[in-house]
Design a binder for this molecule. Structure first.
Ligand code: ZN
Length: 711
């Protein structure tokens, strides 16, 4: 109880910080690094200032040494990976990678190396070296800072899981000793302040604090470099016989820094910009303005410099990539707030470095082209568009809303998959992808949860899923269709405003799932916890179906009736009585789970048919669903069933018969597993045809989505 009170007070104290929308600068890195291209090694020095923004002191610093995940076959990352597929295909030949911290000291010269110990907080694997803890001689009090000087060497692996080299191409991510996050009590539901530092897992991505980076990279003179942030300066240096360039970059208000280096003979550089006057599609502005209830000037977006590094052999993809980036900047900016950085750097890795493709870092993304995309039918598939929009979208769901990717991957991958599909669907609708003839971004997302034997739960630590495929399905498409369903349930305006509230409130913060759910409920003014508990926190499966439709002709009453103390043959005395019917009922003359009661359809006129419709819930997820009934005289009616019981039966005595029954006619339940059982038609052939069509569509979409080659 006391703890609850403290948490409540902390939550109140934390609340005003949301409003200012600026990051608290927790870390400040100054890094000098030289790439040895021949041995694919990094030699670096790093000065880190870390500020304790939590309310409790700490006597330790926890660091990620991510490259050590590639040190041997026995690391946690490699054990979890096994011999399975990674991103681009099976792991064939590893060229190992590692980091070695060669010096670490405080500002006053105190040597910290003896205080360094490897930690394995997740699995105790003694062969894993991806996390280190350093004990400090003095605790850092709340509000206090510590300055650490360190030197490191790193061997880059042959490109694996986003990082490494392929020939002369180098994609350098998760390459420097990087501080973990010291979370405060109350943050993401934490009972007490503490370091959140997980080992590098095959399925996990990252988590770090906001701050600034000043990074000077040294590479051969005739090479090109792309990096997070913006270029501050460059100069030529001579090191013995080799001529090199030093390029300095600065990135502010970010939580990571990645870069790329390759010979100019391999990579082309294309510089353009996002010009809001030209690049925001007019229908998108109108739509966002209506959904969010904000004026066009309130939704104004700033210009952004675009810098694309692309192999000469894939140069033909530059226009598609840049167009997709512009559309992404427009869509996400309109819906989730402006992209707040001056530049976006995009790297399209050469085909030999496919493992480096489809990845996001703050203000720096990688896509994944191939020369085969020049020719049909590959040319008609929106791979370039999807991956560019997806990776750009991570500037929001990961970059600005810096959730913990180790623990709640759905908050970045799932939200971003939803936003990516929404953006792509709008681009298709408005014919903005000139090279793509047909593409429905929702079909694939739906289909990937369809053929599962065991439903997957979304909310799990990244390495705690049964299989890698479960992790992907839960984190990407399942979350996307869960959000799509939520959008259908609350309505597009309420949904758009709630998402906007979440995106604004937690910009430059570390939101957790509870933060999202509380914000969403608050913003829509209704409690959707019942939905989140089943769809995200639980593993309930949604499947509504037409179970049975029965239509019988009402015959003339026959037999005997008890009249005046004796049995009389029906119809032989007086007039026969009409069939009893219940009064009109807006929610249906319905029974669920018990005996049927009569409803009424067009009570006037002669009643000829006894009609009964059974709607069932084959899945275990409970929720309201609309049902459309189409009668053979053309009248339509819509009913909503609360979907709590296993089935409901609606009955009528009516002058007409039913022509069609459609469960969820507007497709609100995007996360529904089996759509094909939602239809019933009086024409048996049509009914079967509809079902078959759904199966074929779903099956085709699944084939296209068996592997998710990007993060
Ligand atoms: Zn992603």
């Amino acid at each position: 109880m006391k703890r609850l009170l403290i948490l409540a007070v902390l939550a109140l104290l934390a609340a005003p910080a949301w409003a200012d929308n600026e990051p608290v600068e927790v870390v400040n890195y100054e890094i000098q690094v030289r790439l040895d291209p021949e041995h694919h090694m990094l030699h670096g020095t790093e000065v880190v200032r870390w500020t304790n923004t939590a309310s409790a002191p700490t006597g330790e610093l926890w660091w990620h040494l991510y490259l050590n995940a590639f040190a041997s076959s026995e690391t946690t990352f490699m054990r979890e990976l096994g011999r399975r597929f990674l991103r681009g295909g099976p792991v064939r030949e590893m060229h190992w990678g590692w980091t070695h911290v060669t010096a670490m000291s405080l500002e006053d010269g105190t040597d910290l190396l003896p205080q360094m110990s490897f930690e394995r907080p997740d699995d105790g694997n003694p062969d894993d070296y991806s996390v280190v803890r350093v004990k400090l001689p003095h605790a850092v009090p709340p509000g206090g800072s510590v300055l650490v000087h360190l030197s490191f060497e790193a061997q880059l692996p042959k490109v694996v899981a986003r990082s490494g080299w392929a020939g002369d191409f180098h994609l350098i991510g998760q390459w420097f000793p990087k501080l973990a996050v010291y979370e405060d009590a109350g943050q993401r539901g934490r009972p007490a302040a503490g370091w959140n530092c997980h080992q590098y897992h095959a399925n996990s991505e990252f988590y770090a604090d906001f701050g600034s980076f000043t990074v000077t990279v040294t590479v051969p003179e005739e090479w090109v470099v792309g990096a997070s942030g913006v270029e501050l300066s460059r100069r030529n240096v001579e090191a013995g016989t080799s001529r090199e360039i030093q390029v300095t970059y600065r990135a502010d208000r970010v939580h990571d820094f990645a870069w790329m280096a390759a010979p100019a003979s391999l990579m082309d550089v294309v510089e353009e910009e996002f010009d809001p006057g030209r690049d925001v599609p007019a229908p998108w502005l109108t739509e966002a303005s209506r959904l969010l209830g904000r004026s066009a000037s309130e939704l104004e977006l700033p210009p952004v410099k675009l810098r694309l590094l692309i192999p000469h052999s894939q140069r033909f993809l530059a226009d598609r990539t840049l167009l997709s980036a512009r559309l992404g900047i427009a869509w996400y900016g309109l819906h989730y707030g402006p992209y707040p950085y001056p530049q976006l750097t995009i790297v399209d890795p050469p085909i030999t470095a496919g493992e480096a493709g489809g990845m996001e870092y703050p203000t720096f993304i990688t896509t994944g082209g191939s020369r085969w995309l020049r020719y049909p039918p590959a040319k008609w598939v929106p791979l370039v568009e999807m991956v560019t929009i997806h990776e750009f979208g991570h500037q929001y769901f990961y970059g600005l809303l810096a959730s913990n990717e180790f623990e709640e991957a759905w908050l970045d991958e799932g939200f971003n998959s939803f936003a990516e599909a929404s953006c792509s669907a709008a681009a298709m609708r408005d014919h903005l992808f000139p090279d793509v003839p047909f593409y429905n971004p929702w079909t694939g997302n739906r289909a990937s949860i369809l053929f599962r034997t065991i439903p997957v739960k979304v909310d799990r630590f990244a390495w705690a899923f049964r299989t890698r495929n479960d992790y992907s399905t839960a984190s990407y498409p399942k979350t996307a269709v869960v959000l799509k369903t939520l959008q259908g349930l609350v309505g597009p305006e309420a949904f758009a405003r709630a998402m906007r509230t979440y995106a604004e409130r937690f910009r430059f913060r570390h939101p957790g799932g509870d933060d999202f759910i509380a914000t969403f409920n608050e913003a829509v003014g209704a409690d959707y916890t019942w939905f989140f508990d089943q769809a995200l926190r639980g593993q309930k499966f949604a499947d509504f179906a037409v179970l049975r439709v029965s239509q019988r002709k009402v015959g003339e009453p026959d037999g005997y009736e008890w009249r005046d103390g004796s049995w009389e043959e029906i119809g032989k005395t007086e007039e026969s009585k009409p069939t009893p019917v219940a009064g009109p009922d807006p929610t249906g003359g319905e029974t669920s789970g018990t005996k049927p009661a009569a409803g009424e359809h067009q009570a006037e006129g002669q009643k000829k048919w006894k009609v009964a419709v059974d709607i069932g819930r084959r899945g275990d997820l409970e929720g309201p669903v609309d049902v459309e009934l189409v009668w053979d005289d053309g009248t339509r009616e819509q009913r909503t069933w609360d979907g709590r019981d296993r089935w409901v039966e609606w009955t009528w005595t009516a002058p007409h018969r039913l022509e069609r029954v459609i469960v969820d006619p507007k497709g609100v339940w995007a996360m529904e597993g089996h759509r094909e059982n939602n239809y019933w038609s009086a024409k048996a052939l049509a009914s079967k045809g509809l079902r078959r069509l759904w199966w074929v569509g779903d099956a085709l979409a699944l084939v296209g989505l068996l592997a998710l080659p990007w993060s």
